[in-house]
Every structure is written in structure tokens, then in C-alpha cells.
Design a protein around this ligand. Structure first.
Ligand SMILES: [Zn+2]
Length: 361
């Protein structure tokens, strides 16, 4: 494993003896000496809707435990993107109906097996209609589309493949949004060296590394997604993880301007926003109708970092994963009006059938 070495200089008080010692990047974890006000936020200021959550098990047995954790966070509604389809989805929406109908929304998923076979598209559309009838309120597309989904001839299926057009069109007709995760952070395609911001993630998770054209350059995968959004202007798309442009908000803003049917959520990228609190705050104000709260991995303790970045003006506080962000982050201190949109108003507008009672005006 490659190690980046830091040269640390220790100075003795008696005589200035510089002692050279190296340590590796993971070991270096200095305790901050900065004294500034701290506002730890373990509960969101307003009830919120997490539009990017994954629960593989949303059975009647699992729901009470989830509700306890959600109540602590002030999470009014969890959008479970892992609904699957067919009988699995039906069982899930039935458990929700029986146990906590107002607290969970379920998105369906497409089974991409057999693309290219006669009737595949028509069947996929039929399945989606049935899933929506059975209680799905959106469609989630995982990143396997673009990466590993192949047709019956073994060819990679591009995100803007015309054989999928009828699915996106149907979502528009049914007024359900499509939350789509395409590609991964750009540094995964870059050389794993001392210049790569995700170096630690790539050495601790080596399978995430991709060669320049595996399966396509990053820019091409993202371009496929955008071409598809533009081809279906009557369908609302939620680009997961700020469309992988959380570190280039100027570019992301121009994409939002170009594509009025594109929404975004900030699952797993809050540390990108927290390292540019002034630019991010300005972005949130400008695009307050286009952003929704998403987290992705279900680790209840980690939500407080999100609340702190959104709500406070705290300075120089840590993020919870060094391999995503070795830097410290800052709060944006968003206004109540913007927070309400991010926390629930935009999701109530975009995702059908969420019970509106219990959310403030
Ligand atoms: Zn996800």
C-alpha cells in the first residue's frame, strides 16, 4: 500500500532541536486547538424528508426500530429507494401501509435483465405501471446502468439508450420522479497518486478505482445522463449526489439552468459543501427550489453533520469519514425559508402522495 509521509517537526522548549519523524496519512489526526463556538445539532430544526435512503428490509418487524431512530432525528418521511419490483415491492408497500403509512415512501427499481429481447421495453413499462399501482411513488436507477448493465448481446447499455426511452416517458406520464445515480466521483478515474483527493478512499477501497475508459470516461457517463434528461423534459429527474458536481457549483448551476426538469440531492457530498460554505450558501439561495435533502447510507449518528452544515455557522469541524474528506468543514447557516424548502417543501412538490399534515407552512 502506498503511503504519503508527512514530515513532522517537533521543537523542544529547552533547546531548539528539530526532530524529524514521519508518519503515514491515516495516522496523522491532529487535535484541533481552535476554540470557537460549537453547535452540535442532533435533531433537524424542521421535520424533514430524506429522499435518498436504502432499506433492503422494510418489513413490519423492521419498521418500529426505524421509526424510533427517525423520530430522534426529526425525520418525518424516509424515501426508501430500494423497493425492487413485483411481489417484493408489493410486500414492502403493504408493510408500510399496515405499520406507518405516513412515514415511508417506496421507489421501484427496473430489472434490466434481458434488454434487447423482443418485448423487453413494453414489459418493463408494464411492470413499472403495476408497481406504481401497488404503491411505488418514484423510480430509482442505480449506478449499474452505465457501468455494468449489458443487453442480450453483451453490449453496455448507455444511460441514454433509446430502448429505455419509454420508461422515462412513462414516469413523466405517471408524474413520478426518477432518482438516478450515474457514475462515481471523478477522482476514481484519475491516477491514484499524491495529487488525488480521494487517494485514501482508493487505497482503502481499491475496487472503486477505474481506468480512464472503464467502461467509459467519467465525462461521457455524465453526458449520457444529461442527454437523457434533455430528451425527456416532461419527466422530473433527481440527480443523486449533486450530479457529482458538488465541487463545481458554477457548472452545476449552469446545468440546472439548462435543464428545468433536473433536481438534485446532496447524499454523501455534504463535506464538499462544507468546505465552501459561502459559495454553497449562495448556491442554495439561488437554487432553493431545486435541492432536496438526501443522505444515502443509513447511519443515524451521521445526520448531525448534515444538520450542522445546513443550519449553523460553525467553523472548522470534522466530517465523519476521512476518506471522503480529510479537510474540516463549515456551516452555511441557511435561512429558515431555505431550510424548509430543502428539508421538505421541494420533496412535497416533486414526490407524490406524501402526507402534508405535520409540516409547517
Ligand atoms: Zn444510494
Amino acid at each position: 500500500m502506498k503511503k504519503i509521509s508527512f514530515i513532522i517537526l517537533f521543537f523542544c522548549t529547552a533547546s531548539v532541536v528539530a526532530q524529524q519523524k514521519s508518519m503515514n496519512f491515516e495516522q496523522y489526526d491532529p487535535v484541533s486547538t481552535l476554540k470557537v463556538p460549537e453547535h452540535i445539532v442532533t435533531r433537524a430544526k424542521f421535520p424533514f424528508i430524506d429522499v435518498h435512503n436504502h432499506q433492503w428490509n422494510l418489513s413490519e418487524q423492521a419498521i418500529p426500530g426505524l421509526l424510533t431512530a427517525m423520530d430522534k432525528l426529526n425525520m418525518a418521511v424516509m424515501v426508501n429507494l430500494s423497493g425492487g419490483n413485483g411481489s417484493r415491492l408489493r410486500e414492502m408497500t403493504q408493510s408500510v401501509r399496515n405499520k406507518a403509512p405516513k412515514r415511508f415512501i417506496v421507489f421501484a427499481n427496473i430489472d434490466f435483465n434481458g434488454i434487447g429481447e423482443a418485448g423487453w421495453t413494453a414489459n418493463a413499462v408494464k411492470q413499472l405501471e403495476a408497481d406504481v399501482k401497488n404503491g411505488a411513488n418514484g423510480l430509482k436507477i442505480f449506478k449499474n446502468l452505465g457501468f455494468s448493465v449489458t443487453d442480450k448481446g453483451g453490449k453496455r447499455v448507455a444511460i441514454d439508450d433509446p430502448r429505455l426511452d419509454a420508461i422515462w416517458g412513462k414516469c413523466g406520464e405517471l408524474h413520478i420522479p426518477v432518482l438516478i445515480h450515474t457514475a462515481d466521483p471523478k477522482p476514481f478515474w484519475d491516477p491514484v497518486d499524491e495529487h488525488n483527493e480521494r487517494w485514501l478512499e482508493l487505497v482503502t477501497h481499491p475496487r472503486r478505482k477505474r481506468e480512464a475508459n472503464d467502461p467509459e470516461p467519467w465525462e461521457e457517463l455524465i453526458a449520457e445522463q444529461h442527454r437523457m434528461f434533455k430528451k425527456h423534459p416532461s419527466t422530473t429527474f433527481i440527480a443523486a449526489h449533486f450530479g457529482w458536481y458538488p465541487n463545481d457549483l458554477g457548472k452545476l448551476g449552469s446545468l440546472l439552468n439548462e435543464m428545468p426538469n433536473m433536481m438534485i440531492e446532496f447524499g454523501a457530498v455534504i463535506a464538499e459543501l462544507g468546505r465552501q460554505p459561502r459559495a454553497a450558501k449562495q448556491f442554495f439561495e439561488q437554487y432553493q427550489n431545486r435541492i432536496m435533502f438526501g443522505k444515502d447510507s443509513w447511519v443515524p449518528d451521521e445526520y448531525s453533520t448534515y444538520f450542522r452544515v445546513l443550519e449553523t455557522e460553525d467553523e472548522y469541524f470534522p466530517y465523519h469519514k476521512k476518506y471522503h474528506a480529510f479537510w474540516r468543514i463549515y456551516g452555511m447557516g441557511l435561512s429558515d425559508a431555505v431550510l424548509k424548502k430543502i428539508y421538505y417543501k421541494n420533496a412535497l412538490r416533486i414526490i407524490p402522495n406524501i402526507d402534508k399534515t405535520g409540516f409547517p407552512d
